[in-house]
Design a protein around this ligand. Structure first.
Ligand code: ADP
Ligand code: ASP
Ligand code: MG
Length: 815
């Protein structure tokens, strides 16, 4: 025999009740006579609470009562044949009259006792069960409506009554023997004390009712039918990527639900565990889905944890002081006091020095707990052996759960890494001695971010979501969006990475969307935005959105964004930039950026600062990180200069080659900006710093290749005129090189801590001899690459390759 429990949403509408009936029909067709446990229609228990509390405050309840009636009557009208409707209306009306009388009493007395409250709440389950048993009787004539108050006996702790299992088992057993041939429809959630007064089993308690019946009757299975695909790795409302778990042990289910996985009420596991009855959580709205089985022996799983759950809005109290050290009775006194006063402690941690105890309670218990402790420990407080107590509010607990944790090292490391990287501060930690659970207390504001980040961290086989905030919609920014758009499906499938652009700003406007700005319509979205661009506001918004795995991307060439990098790092957000200004200004700033990023455990990637998308910075870092020593770096890192010297051969004269370079768009408007070597210098400087040298711009020697007259010319036109007069000079250089079978190259070099950019003649044994077009080239001579240097060569400029470099950095964030 099976127990089938249907939750609030499963009995919440005409449609869901029809689905429920189909599930039952299927069971009965297979020869089963299931026991059906029902919750109140969804929202009804909450409505009853607000009516009762409202009445105690003197508020009128008639409108709500009418709504309640209507919800039930509408179902009856839709699902019962006309001739059967009247008896159902009559029976329901009796309940509603009783409820009205109760509420009237509360309103008159302006008082709501826990006992009366339970009575009010009982009508939710009574009405739904009566209604559904009547509807079901059309298909199963043997349907019988059963009030669990007659079967489940408890003490008088109203609101959360404790079940007398022995008596209850007997009553259930006897009742069942009499009614074996019936299909029983039993009210969930409610019970009665010895005096026959209605009690309730705690919010969500219908699950427990099902387990109590199942255990008393040694059912073959307890099915919990709800509105999700079983127990999931996290609350699907908070973590979109949560997925269903096929199996859990009782302990795992207990821990997950205790720490907030609402899908099953924690005490449910106990009777089932004792009798080894499997609990199956199924989705009424997708009945074919297997759901989750909770049982003793689960198949070994390779997931380090089973799930993550959370409790929002808790308060903590912290007891601290010398008076506690070595006092064996101290915590005993504390916790028996709180237990005596029925204050439920959600979590406790004690420092190993015994100097402090922190515990978490529901916010409504916090003040009372504080008062009680102040009374109990009055002497200790007066003698300053205890610090004054403070309540901290608006906190949350997040717990990771799984029996595998015991065998898997590094689980807590992963948890704290995910939290730390996302700037989530941990207030307290508790690990159950069973090692099935690690719980941490964090700020309530960080909860959504923390859950998603931790989920991403543990379930790596799933897609990881990066949230990017992008500055700059020029050539590079636009190209990046285009590339991301074209490549997103591949990334998701092959790398498990999803990139959402959560914010975009150019110099005029900005726009945000936590779900990701569409890469098809970002331009229109930005144009349509009514938020004017404001860098400070952009950063503030990015911080307040508090999304996991955030990346700030600077696709500008402006000094402005650089001013916010430090703040961004401090908010535990990674920075990717193609903007060279940040790294090539003062060494102090360079160092601050790197140190701050490091301290906050986030990435600072700027591959495109040198050689656009070519893997130069990464190669240098990999060499250094793997213990190689850099002896020498030589490089041509200016596409313009590269082009000029590659074409300065044969009969060509220097003036014409420069002009051609300009006409082909290779130079800045004033070619001297390239030829002066300043941009090249910045790149060499960044490389030198990355290679470990605390160098400033002035320390890089630049041999000017341009004669004085050219440099000093007033206009670009004058410059060209001056350059023309120098043709002989450049021609001589070229001829001299050619005579020695060499070519001219403008080369940056870093050796022995010295950086210089000079015009050189190189022969064919030099790797730069054969450079073509506007390519960049860099050679690393190291301890390992001594005989023949490691060379990286290729196009070092252009929007496509630069955006691709930014893209590559993005994919590497947090890798
Ligand atoms: P019912 O009314 O059927 O008893 P509940 O509302 O009590 O249903 O519980 C189901 C809800 O629990 C789901 O809709 C889901 O939002 C929430 N929930 C929280 N944590 C989890 C989890 N880990 N797995 C599945 N559901 C969860
Ligand atoms: N109706 C009760 C509640 O909402 C019991 C339940 O649904 O399990 O808490
Ligand atoms: Mg429930």
């Amino acid at each position: 025999m099976k127990i089938l429990k249907f939750g609030g949403t499963s009995v919440g509408s005409v449609q869901s009740i029809q689905t429920l009936l189909n599930i039952l029909k299927e069971e009965v067709k297979n020869g089963e006579k299931p026991i059906v446990v029902l919750s109140a229609m969804s929202g009804v228990t909450n409505l009853l609470i607000s009516m009762a509390e409202g009445a105690a405050d003197g508020r009128d309840f008639t409108e709500n009562l009418a709504e309640l009636e209507k919800r039930h009557f509408d179902v009856v009208k839709s699902l019962l044949s006309v001739q059967n409707q009247n008896p159902a209306f009559t029976r329901l009306k009796i309940y509603f009259n009783q409820l009205e009388e109760l509420l009237q009493g509360i309103l008159t007395l302006r008082e709501l006792t826990p006992k009366t409250r339970d009575q009010v709440l009982s009508f939710g389950e009574r009405c739904s069960t009566l209604m559904i048993s009547k509807i079901a009787a059309q298909y199963f004539p043997e349907a019988l409506n059963v009030d669990a108050a007659d079967l489940i006996k408890t003490d008088s702790s109203f609101g959360q009554a404790k079940v007398d299992m022995n008596l209850t088992d007997l009553l259930i057993g006897a009742f069942y023997r009499e009614n074996k041939d019936k299909v029983l429809f039993v009210t969930g959630f409610i019970a009665a004390n010895e005096a026959g007064q209605v009690t309730t089993l705690g919010r969500g308690g219908s699950d427990y009712t099902a387990a109590i019946l199942g255990a008393a009757l040694n059912a073959q299975e307890i099915q919990i039918w709800t509105d999700v695909n079983g127990m999931m790795t996290a609350d699907p409302r908070m973590v979109k990527k949560a997925f269903s778990l096929p199996e859990l042990t009782y302990t795992e289910a207990m821990e997950l639900s205790y720490f907030g996985a609402k899908v099953i009420y924690p005490p449910t596991m106990i009777p089932a565990f004792l009798k080894k009855i499997p609990i199956v959580i199924k989705n009424t709205f997708e009945p074919e889905f297997e759901g989750t089985v909770i049982r003793h022996d689960c198949q070994p799983s390779n997931l380090p944890i089973k799930g993550i759950s959370s409790i929002n809005n808790i308060s903590i109290l912290n007891l601290e002081g010398s008076g506690m050290v070595g006092k064996s009775g101290f915590s005993g006194r504390l916790f028996s006091l709180l237990a005596r006063e029925q204050i439920n402690i959600i979590l406790i941690t004690q420092s190993s020095s015994e100097h402090s105890i922190t515990f978490a309670v529901q916010p409504y218990d916090a003040d009372k707990a504080k008062q009680l402790i102040e009374q109990e420990f009055e002497l200790e407080l007066l003698a300053n052996k205890l610090e004054p107590l403070v309540i901290e509010q608006n906190l949350a607990i997040i717990a990771i759960v799984g029996e595998n944790m015991k065998q898997t090292p590094g689980v807590s490391g992963k948890l704290f890494h995910a939290l730390g990287r996302n700037g989530v501060n941990v207030r307290a930690i508790a690990q159950g001695s069973s090692e099935y659970n690690i719980s941490v207390i964090i700020s309530g504001n960080d909860l959504a971010k923390a859950l998603n980040a931790v989920h991403d961290g543990f379930f790596v086989e799933l897609t990881k979501t990066l949230h990017a905030f992008c500055l700059g919609t020029g050539n590079i920014g636009q190209t990046l969006f285009k590339q991301l758009n074209a490549h997103s499906a591949y990334l998701q499938e092959h790398n498990g990475i999803q990139v959402k652009i959560a914010g975009i700003s150019n110099t005029r406007k900005m726009t945000f969307n936590a779900d990701g700005i569409s890469l098809d319509s970002w331009k229109d979205d930005l144009e349509a935005s009514n938020e004017a661009a404001d860098l400070k506001a952009f950063v503030a918004k990015m911080k307040s959105m508090n999304l996991p795995n955030c990346v700030f991307i600077d696709n500008t060439a402006s000094p402005k964004p650089v001013e916010v990098y430090e703040e961004v790092f401090k908010s535990n957000i990674s920075v990717i930039t193609c903007n060279k200004i940040g790294n090539s200004a003062s060494y102090e700033q360079y160092k601050t950026f790197h140190d701050t990023a490091h301290r906050h455990g986030v990435d600072f990637f700027y591959e495109t600062n040198v050689g656009a998308g070519l893997p130069i910075i990464r190669t240098l870092k990999d060499l250094m990180n793997s213990g190689d020593r850099i002896a020498k770096i030589e490089a041509i890192l200016s596409g313009t200069i590269s082009f000029i010297f590659n074409n300065f051969k044969g009969d060509a004269n220097f003036h014409d080659v420069v002009k051609e370079a300009q006409e082909k768009g290779y130079t800045e408007p004033d070619p001297r900006d390239d030829l002066s070597g300043k941009d090249f210098m910045r790149k060499i400087l960044i490389l030198a710093r990355d290679a470990g040298y605390a160098m400033e711009a002035e320390d890089v020697f630049i041999e000017s290749m341009l004669p004085k007259a050219c440099l000093e010319a007033q206009t670009v036109e004058d410059f060209y005129a001056a350059l023309k007069t120098e043709d002989a000079h450049f021609g001589n250089l070229k001829a001299k090189a050619a005579a020695e079978n060499k070519v001219l190259r403008y080369i940056g070099k870093l050796e022995d801590g010295k950086a210089a950019i000079t015009l050189q003649m190189v022969d064919e044994s030099h790797p730069f001899f054969t450079l073509s077009g506007s390519d960049n080239i860099i050679s690393f001579t190291t301890d390992r690459y001594k005989e023949r240097p490691l060379v990286v060569k290729g196009p070092g400029a252009g929007a496509e390759v630069t955006a691709a470099g930014v893209f590559a950095d993005l994919i590497n964030v947090g890798a």
